[in-house]
Write a protein that binds this ligand. Structure first.
Ligand code: GLU
Length: 613
């Protein structure tokens, strides 16, 4: 790398047309990590900036922009420059200390227009008046002749000469677009990851830089903003590589205006810089397909088709009625005419299908930890190059490590695989590494956001005098939890009042009315029912003062031996009495979670319901 600029500025420039995609988060993370690690290594000002690319008015929304910023903040990827965001913890991120905003492109249209006029006067852009129908006809003719369609520059347009006549027509209000006049030379992109990438002369035609609606295209706005905002390093996904020659050609054609906001002020002659480019590998699913929002539609479509194959009465119309969508929407979705995420998400709960997590919001909702996501996505196309003592690669690290050790030369050229099993195991490991109190805090914060009713029911466990019960609750969940979203399903029994337990009839038949098994199959039948066992066990539990899981679990074997019963025949009646079912955390944990009073109250209620006394 040549001289290191200071400030060194990277940027993430999302289009606010939906949630933050995992690939976008990876781009943001690499840009952030690169700026921070360069700052540390070279003792310079390394800054990470966010710009919102909302010039596609029809597809952009403020809500999406806010969601993207919020997801970045949740991940801990904080920007130095860009839209201001105050987090729920009161931290303010972003701002315009360098005075290069606004950071929403829709608010910069006057700037783009000044540069468009400038480029037109330089003879490097021109208004074009062809109608959509004319262009479509040419495109069709090219396809019919088995040729690649390219826009042919009109004969009256001369490269490098201001076309006064066309400009006057445009100024008079005639519908037009503005096209960039591509030079007839090869363009070489010096990519920091891929090496030199050459686009041959004539490969790119004169592309549109301002649409008929008056908004610049992505290509134009990005070039103007990267220059005016002082961006020194552009790191983005490889899918943008084919755009870069267009951007470089515009940078070579453009000079800075004296006053960036007015074409009339003229140029000061300073050429636009070409930032250092780095195009990052794409992210693929385990099956080799590109990881995209479409995966949700694919999963939902498959579930619908499977359900239709099983049940012939399930027509598109019937599905539409069930999910409250028009039949035509369902037919189009089934025929893959649309991959709309909204349809997939509407259909999913009705057909019990879990959609794959693709966007950061999905992972958030599924109970993944932000520090695990950033760790995991850092490994999508980058590696530490370090070994642990056991010879394996160093793969677990935090943001501070990344800010210290990230380097562009360890970004790979080939596509990265998104291994969901590995992500789940990273998440489970991080959960296991938490103390019980840390888990409690983070778990309840997740519940408050995603299942507030459960969070509300758990509030009483936060009291100081319920510390032992809280401890037991965490112990019942944490060891098996891969995500924060799983736990509450197994402790439903603890969220209801003692007199609200409903009993599963099969569990009652088997564990309470059924005969208790002897400790050894060779022994004679015990002659006792589960209810008899439960009644005897109640006496022992009533005399017990230590209600820790270990103490309760310690009682069971002694009781079983004394009464010559199988352990299961002791634990199951108790479990059914406390939870209403035969599936729950261990009985020691159940008793500890409910406490002595709750445990005895539930046993008494169960005995009274199932024996009538
Ligand atoms: N708005 C573009 C996108 O979301 C940004 C591309 C770039 O980084 O230049 O893909």
């Amino acid at each position: 790398m040549s001289a290191i600029p200071s400030p060194l500025i990277t940027r993430f420039a999302p289009s606010p047309t939906g949630h933050l995609h995992i690939g976008g988060a990876r781009s943001a993370l690499f840009c952030w990590a690169f700026a921070k690690s360069m700052a540390r290594v070279h003792n310079i000002d390394g800054r990470f900036m966010i710009r919102i690319e909302d010039t596609d008015q029809a597809r952009s929304s403020e809500e999406s922009a806010r969601g993207i910023l919020d997801d970045l903040a949740w991940l801990g990827i904080c920007w130095d420059d860009g839209p201001s965001l105050t987090t729920t913890h009161g931290q303010t991120i972003g701002g315009d200390s360098r005075k290069v905003g606004p950071y929403f492109q829709a608010q910069r249209v006057a700037i783009y227009n000044a540069y468009l006029e400038h480029l037109v006067r330089l003879g490097r852009a021109y208004p074009a008046f062809e109608t959509t129908e004319e262009l479509d006809a040419k495109r069709k003719a090219a396809t019919a002749a088995k040729q690649t369609y390219k826009y042919a520059r009109p004969e009256d347009v001369k490269f490098g000469e201001f076309n006064q006549a066309r400009w006057a027509r445009a100024q008079a209000g005639e519908r037009h677009v503005i096209r960039f006049a591509m030079p007839d030379t090869a363009i070489v992109v010096h990519d920091q990851i891929l090496g030199d990438v050459t686009s041959a002369a004539g490969e790119v035609d004169d592309f549109v830089i301002r649409k008929a609606d008056g908004f610049p295209t992505y290509h134009f706005a990005v070039v103007i903003d990267d220059e005016l905002m002082g961006v020194t390093h552009v790191m983005r996904a490889q899918e943008h590589l084919s755009n870069t020659p267009k951007h470089v050609a515009m940078q070579q054609a453009l000079t800075r205006l004296v006053d960036d906001r007015s074409a009339a002020s003229g140029s000061n002659g300073t050429s636009f810089r070409t930032p250092a480019y780095g195009h990052m590998p794409l992210i693929f699913n385990a099956d080799g397909t590109k990881m995209s929002k479409r995966d949700k539609a694919k999963a939902a479509r498959k579930a619908l088709k499977d359900a239709m194959a099983k049940d012939k009465a399930l027509t598109a119309a019937a599905i539409g009625t069930r999910v409250n969508l028009p039949e035509k929407t369902i037919t189009d979705f089934l025929a893959a005419e649309t991959d709309a995420v909204e349809i997939a998400e509407t259909v999913a709960p009705h057909f019990n299908v879990l959609l794959p997590e693709i966007e950061i919001w999905d992972f958030r909702r599924s109970g993944y930890l932000p520090e695990v996501i950033t760790n995991f996505i850092a490994l999508l196309g980058w590696s530490t190059g370090m070994k642990q003592a056991d010879g394996k690669d160093v793969e677990k690290f935090d943001m501070a490590f990344l800010a210290q050790h990230f380097s562009i030369d360890r970004i790979g050229k080939t596509s990265a695989k998104f291994d969901r099993v590995k992500l789940a195991s990273f998440n489970a490991d991080a959960i296991q590494a938490m103390t019980d109190e840390q888990f409690w805090t983070r778990w309840t914060a997740w519940l408050t956001e995603f299942t507030p009713d459960v969070a509300e029911k758990l509030k009483s466990f936060a009291h100081a005098d319920r510390q032992p019960a809280r401890h037991a609750l965490v112990q019942a969940i944490k060891p098996r939890a891969k995500t924060l979203s799983e736990g509450h399903r197994s402790i439903g029994f603890a969220l209801i009042a003692d007199d609200a337990v409903t009993f599963d009839p099969a569990a009652v038949d088997k564990a309470l009315r059924g005969v208790a098994q002897p400790a050894d199959k060779a022994m004679p039948p015990s002659g006792k029912t589960g209810v008899d066992v439960l009644r005897a066990l109640r006496t022992v539990l009533a005399a017990q003062t230590d209600y820790s899981p270990a103490a309760i679990d310690g009682l069971i074997p002694g009781f079983a031996t004394e009464h010559k019963l199988a352990m299961g025949s002791v634990a199951q009646p108790l479990r059914v009495a406390l939870t209403g079912s035969t599936v729950s955390p261990g009985v020691g944990h159940c008793c500890a979670i409910l406490g002595k009073a709750g445990t005895l109250a539930r046993i008494d209620r169960c005995l009274s319901i199932h024996t009538g006394n």
